[in-house]
Design a protein around this ligand. Sequence first.
Ligand code: ZN
Length: 318
Amino acid sequence: MLQHKPYLLMNGIKEIAREFTGNENIFLGIKPYGFHAGNKIPFVVYPLLLCEELEKQNKKARFNFCVFINDWEQTRFDPEKTNWKEFPFNVIPQFTTFQFSKDSAHNVDYWEQIIYSSVYEVKQQFPEISIRCIRNSSMRDIPIMKEVVLKTIKNPDLLGNIMQNLGFPLHKSFPYTYCNPICPKCTSARTEATVVGTDDIRFTCSDCCYHGTYNYHELYYWLYHKILALPRIKYYDIDLCISGLDHYKEKDFDSRYALYQAYNIQMKPTYILYTPALHGLNGLQMGKSRNNYADMPTSKLLEIIKNNPNNYDVYMGR
Ligand SMILES: [Zn+2]
């Protein structure tokens, strides 16, 4: 399978702008529970810069932006079953997914609207681009999603072995699963499941003990983000993914291609463009999960990026 190199920062934007026609499909993905200045870099600033660079080459920006709303991700991992530092891929969700969370901070409709409006700033400057938001839950019945979910339930080692080979140890006696059906009774993502026959799933809920056998299409799922990328890229025929450098440090670039092979999915080569990490006024990387975030007007962020075009780390207020 052909594989592109990773494209980094402003130099990456310039190279991609030379190679693209302006009609490509572009992948952006986010959990629906916040949108801060750090998110605006991949979602607004880099798309603007890519369109700008492309039009400098006398091409027209008509990109199709697919904004994936990751409502199949866990609202949080179980801290007692997860040892981040030593075993970052021994994960298990604690409660449920964003799709089923009742916490008002996790309102998918609300966050989808905020995220869409932000990306819309790109369309205001480049009106021929298109933007659509796609929830993972809306992709359940697509054959490639079904195939990936069933393979992941059957064999969590498809990802586990890849991460081990990349130097991230897995604790074989700690639990690790990367996809569980959601309990239809209590909406817990902590279920134990096996695939029966071609597409039935037998499960037991670890929280309410409800158990049963359901067809694939009667259930919803929790699916780990590294695997969630595959069906989205394949089905929406993605040419370019724009992603934060923290994913690059997690060897996302290498694991992505290894996953295509492990899952036996034929993919065209996709470009991956990595964006810098924004640091807040306290000097630490911005992130909702780090409880360190702020908003900032796009014009100000553009200025910061243009002044530091190839820096891995950029800072608010500099
Ligand atoms: Zn339950």
